[in-house]
Design a protein around this ligand. Sequence first.
Ligand code: GLN
Length: 488
Amino acid sequence: MHKLTLKELSAQLQARKISAAELATLFLDRIDASDLNAFLHVDRELTLAQAKAADARLAGNDAGPLTGIPIAHKDIFVTRGWRTTAGSKMLQNYVSPFDATVVDQFNQAGAVTLGKVNCDEFAMGSGNENSFYGPVKNPWDKTAVPGGSSGGSAAAVAARLAPAATATDTGGSIRQPSSLCGVTGIKPTYGSVSRFGMIAFASSLDQGGPIAKTAEDCGLLLNAMTGFDERDSTSLQRPKEDFNRSLNDSLQGLRIGVPKEFFGAGLAADVEQAVRAALAEFEKLGATLVDISLPKTELSIPVYYVIAPAEASSNLSRFDGVRYGHRAADYKDLADMYKKSRAEGFGEEVKRRILVGSYVLSHGYYDAYYLQAQKIRRLIAQDFQNALAGENRQCDVIMGPVSPTVAWDLGDKTNDPVANYLADIFTLSTSLAGLPGMSIPCGFGQGEKNGKRPVGLQIIGNYFDEARLLNVAHQFQQATDWHLREPA
Ligand code: GLN
């Protein structure tokens, strides 16, 4: 049962072959037995109460495709009744008085919260090693990182501890852990998913999205997650759409842009091989490959690592031991209390970003760094528009690797922030441009250590082209079985 997709589980629930309470129990038992450190908070009572309510809806005529489906929430979405820590000591005992809009949308749909999953502190990281609560292990090889920052979400789905999970992507945190854990994840167009109740990292980049086994499941989840929210000032006002409406469209004539910058020097040979094999599979499905260029790709690292810390330094100012967060036990006066509380509550990477962010925003450096980064951000977005839009558009979607390597060993990059930043090279530009992007499993790396390590294919589309991305991914998943492979 735990191996089924969300779509299949939904059919089982609707046919009353299994109850929501039984299904939740099955996953809770799997979570209890797991040693991945994927879950931070589990509460059987809360989960089973929701499952019973879902069973009542299933017995009546009030059930939708997500009613009774167990879901894990990244611990960055606030949840009434559950702790929400954002992977930080700062919020160790924080319980929100309200639900994030995303959580609320799933509750309304009758989904059942299985628990809160681990992540890098305030979603800052690429390996889930920046969590105050310890790293998550990659289910394929427990000596490897699961990716980050949504490492708990991806590992939980890969290990079949949950059929689906919520996640957030500021510079790759849905796509990259999906890639490293061999699952499917999509970050929709910026503004599609409400940021209300999603603990803020870099507000002009943060975007929620789902991780699941298949593209079709991701579409069902997106249908519930998206929509206008007046409590989020950058939420987009758009008509509701069915993201799975074109899953079965043929790929005949599809033009796939292959950016040369995504296949340069830093790309590992085994990742390149798996990605090229996936591109060849798409050619068999009727698509054509078009060589394109996204010349500003390289600049996305310095640009992102100026803009994201700048926004973070402002967003994280609320954690001062008064309004929110940990408060130091001993202090002389108010200023000392702020200093000690923040020194004790934040981890190394978060402090580094607050320092960098404050620096690039400071008088005298603002023009040289922050403003300059904003200008290049616009050029990066323009690169994509040159390829995907206008009269001279070259392609319908863009494909390439998600991560330059497969999952690295736990501990390998822990003390090397720059090595972590460089691993984001293929995901940052999409985020800076606000475009939708997804990762689907497309093979494995060559060196098997204590298990195989998965490779993900990235699919990027123009604004609001999620339905097409899901169509493209679904057709690939009909023709291949990478997405069905499971860790030992
Ligand atoms: N790895 C990137 C960072 O550390 C992206 C994280 C994210 O998308 N939340 O900022």
